[in-house]
Structure formats: structure tokens, C-alpha cells
Design a binder for this molecule. Structure first.
Ligand SMILES: *[C@@H]1O[C@H](CO)[C@@H](O)[C@H](O)[C@H]1NC(C)=O
Ligand SMILES: *[C@@H]1O[C@H](CO)[C@@H](O)[C@H](O)[C@H]1NC(C)=O
Ligand SMILES: *[C@@H]1O[C@H](CO)[C@@H](O)[C@H](O)[C@H]1NC(C)=O
Length: 379
């Protein structure tokens, strides 16, 4: 951007002669104004004016009542697994374990693909890490419950103003994604975190987002992510060369005990992408992905079906037709920013979630995917 302006400026300076000083002054001002407007317009398309967003109080009330109703209903043991098997038949294996187990080397399927769909050629390093981790799925106290209600809290701006925090805290398992903050947003998102699920670049940098009893579920998107998680579990510093492979600063310490770490079973990503969403098979590529990688949100929903008896969602739904709405509940990025990503197919994912909600398999507490509680006459 700056180079574009630099050339005429240099040209003018060279030719100016007697009027040199004045021209120089004018040029600097003009260039300054142009740069200001370019920067401003590029920010205008990224930032959303949050003061313009308000949620109608009637809508908030209905959302809160709906969440209460979902919580009051009887918890049906194994409900969500049965329903997923009904909808997707052989594409969904209800016996898939949610996390990687110590006996991973007996499961050939895990080593067929490279991350994120499998751990091809990573068997030894993986075994080394698994020796440090427990074999349990959930925390002792939660495991004992005969029927578990889970909620996957997405990061969507749709959560803003719905005041679902109190309701979300009453679920047995609250799954949060990437660096979604709790501090400062508890009215909207509650303050309970049973599981935080993220890839390395998504892990919160603030130690206040980790809890003594919460699980940290690592999603490994690339081979080098295994080196990162190993350093985090062992509480060692990250090797220098490993840092080059991340597209942003990654957490250097995850302040939880080794027994709180889990590694997402890559079969869940493979099953979500290749079987359920029917994305193309991974091909060898030098760089990038084929838009066949499911988002962490969808992956968490499928994980929840393997971990829980009943599943609800909140904070899901990207309404791409509303470019000026808030993308996340915690920052001021606009929905329009979502058009720039090329890794995920949001259309396919939204259809999948709509299907789950319309079929009654999962509940959408914030109504961003399919709203059961919105008054049908409102349009
Ligand atoms: C959540 O907030 C409630 C009420 O403010 C508090 O009692 C509880 O300790 C908090 N829980 C966590 C995990 O911070
Ligand atoms: C990790 O190591 C640091 C010292 O380097 C220590 O203060 C901290 O308590 C350790 N964290 C855990 C979770 O063991
Ligand atoms: C997303 O998937 C749908 C099929 O469900 C396909 O028609 C569409 O072209 C895909 N979008 C992109 C951007 O690849």
C-alpha cells in the first residue's frame, strides 16, 4: 500500500525545481490524507460498531425461557448417540473413543491419514506422549453421572445480549473453543469450563482462562502440533524451530496438570469431514488445505455426541448475509471477515447443524442456526 504512494512522491520531488518546498508540503499532506482514508476504509470493513447492535428484550426473555425448558426436560441416556446413528447410519460410529487412548497403536485406522485426519508416521512420538496422559474421558465427578447434559459454546456474536450465562452454568459439561474468553463475559457465556478444546494457535495466552479442574483438549492440525502439546504437557519450553511453524504466537505454558490434558481422537475429525460432511479425501499438498477441514466448532459438536447423552449448542451460526453483524461475542470483528477464510466450507457446516436441530438431535439455545424459540410471526 505504501509503495504505491511512494513512487509519485519521489517523482514529484525530483521534478519540482523552484516550487520544490510547496509541492513537497502539498504532497506530504495529500499522501497523508490518502493513507488515512485507505487505513480507515480497510478498518471500516473489519470492525463493527457494537453500539448499533441491540438485542430486543423480548428475544432475550424467550431465549432464557427456552434454555430453562431444555434444562428442565428429562435427560435421556444415550439419546444423542442413538439419534446420530439413526441419521448417519454407518457414517457415524458410536463406539469411537473421544480421545486418543494409550493402546492407540492397535488401531490402524488412526495412522492412515496425516493430521488433522490421523497420525500417519507419528506413532512413536504419540506413544511417548500418551504415557504421560490418563486414559479417562471425563473428570471423576462428571463420569459418575448416569446421564450427562453438555453444551458446546461457540464463539458467535449471537450470544451477545442473550444473558444465557446462568443457564449455561447448569450443564454438566461446558465445552469452550479456542481462546473464547470467560472473564468479562460471564453474563453472556457463564463461567464454567469443563473442557477447552483448541489447536495450538487458538489456545488462550492468559492463564486466567484455565481452571484447576478443566480439561484441555488439543486438536492437532499438523504434525508439528504434536511437539507443541508434548512441551505443554511436560511443562518444558518450546523448541525454537517449532515456533516457526505457527501462524501466530502460541501459548508457551498451559497452566494445568498433565492429568488434565487430552488429545482429540483424529478419527472424530476424519469421521466428521469425510463421512458425515462428505468432504473430499485429503490429497498430498505442498501448502494449505482443500476446504475439507471441519471447523473446531463442528468438530466439538461431534465430539460432544460421543461424550454426552444430551447435547445443546449456543453461540453457533454465521449469518453471512449480514456482513455488519458481530462475528464473535468478544471482539468487534464483522461477519464480513468470515468471507476471507478459505479453509472451511461454512455453507455445508450450517446445513449439517440445521439438520441436527430440525431433527431434534441437538438444541440451539441461541437460535443462530435454527431458532425454535423465535416467534414465528416476527417476520
Ligand atoms: C462462577 O460464578 C459464581 C457466582 O459468581 C461463583 O460462585 C463461582 O465460583 C464461579 N465459578 C468459577 C469456575 O469461576
Ligand atoms: C511449570 O514449571 C514452572 C517452572 O518453570 C512452575 O512454576 C509451574 O508450576 C509448572 N507448572 C505445572 C502445571 O506444573
Ligand atoms: C461447499 O460445499 C458445497 C456442497 O455442500 C459446494 O457446493 C460448495 O461449492 C462448497 N463451497 C466452496 C467455497 O467450496
Amino acid at each position: 500500500m505504501l509503495e504505491v504512494f511512494a513512487t509519485p512522491y519521489v517523482e514529484m520531488k525530483r521534478r519540482s525545481g523552484g516550487l520544490k518546498c510547496i509541492l513537497k508540503y502539498v504532497t506530504v499532506v495529500v499522501v497523508g490524507i490518502c493513507i488515512f482514508y485507505m487505513i480507515k476504509s480497510s478498518f471500516d470493513s473489519e470492525e463493527c460498531d457494537l453500539t448499533k447492535i441491540h438485542v430486543n428484550s423480548e428475544h432475550t426473555k424467550r431465549a432464557m425461557e427456552y434454555a430453562e425448558q431444555v434444562l428442565q426436560a428429562k435427560c435421556r441416556t444415550s439419546f444423542v448417540k442413538k439419534e446420530m446413528s439413526r441419521l448417519f447410519a454407518e457414517k457415524y460410529n458410536k463406539h469411537t473413543s473421544p480421545f486418543v487412548r494409550k493402546n492407540v497403536n492397535t488401531e490402524k485406522a488412526i495412522f492412515k491419514y496425516e493430521p488433522p485426519f490421523g497420525f500417519h508416521k507419528l506413532s512413536e512420538r504419540l506413544q511417548d506422549l500418551l504415557d504421560l496422559l490418563p486414559n479417562d474421558d471425563l473428570q471423576e465427578d462428571i463420569k459418575l453421572k448416569s446421564c450427562k447434559r453438555c453444551v458446546v459454546v461457540g464463539n458467535g456474536g449471537v450470544l451477545h445480549g442473550l444473558e444465557l450465562g446462568y443457564a449455561l452454568n447448569q450443564f454438566d459439561v461446558v465445552i469452550r473453543l479456542n481462546n473464547a474468553p470467560v472473564q468479562g463475559y460471564t453474563d453472556h457465556v457463564g463461567n464454567k469450563t469443563t473442557i477447552r478444546m483448541t489447536y495450538p494457535e487458538g489456545a488462550p495466552l492468559s492463564e486466567h482462562e484455565y481452571y484447576p479442574n478443566g480439561l484441555f483438549v488439543a486438536v492437532l492440525f499438523k504434525s508439528v502440533d504434536l511437539y507443541w502439546i508434548q512441551a505443554m504437557v511436560k511443562n518444558e519450553s518450546l523448541p525454537l524451530w517449532v515456533r516457526w511453524f505457527f501462524w501466530k504466537q502460541v501459548a508457551e505454558k498451559i497452566p494445568v496438570m498433565p492429568k488434565q490434558f487430552r488429545i482429540l481422537n483424529p478419527i472424530i475429525i476424519k469421521e466428521t469431514a469425510l463421512d458425515i460432511l462428505q468432504y473430499p479425501e485429503p490429497r498430498p499438498r505442498f501448502w494449505g488445505w482443500d476446504q475439507n477441514v471441519p471447523t473446531i466448532g463442528i468438530t466439538a459438536v461431534v465430539l460432544a455426541t460421543h461424550l454426552c447423552d444430551e447435547v445443546s449448542l449456543a453461540g453457533f451460526g454465521y449469518d453471512l448475509s449480514q456482513p455488519n453483524t458481530q462475528l464473535h461475542y468478544y471482539d468487534n470483528l464483522c461477519m464480513a471477515a468470515m468471507h476471507k477464510q478459505t479453509m472451511h466450507n461454512v455453507t455445508t457446516e450450517t446445513k449439517f447443524l440445521q439438520k441436527l436441530i430440525k431433527e431434534g438431535v441437538v438444541k440451539d439455545l441461541s437460535g443462530g442456526i435454527y431458532c425454535d424459540f423465535c416467534r414465528k410471526t416476527s417476520w
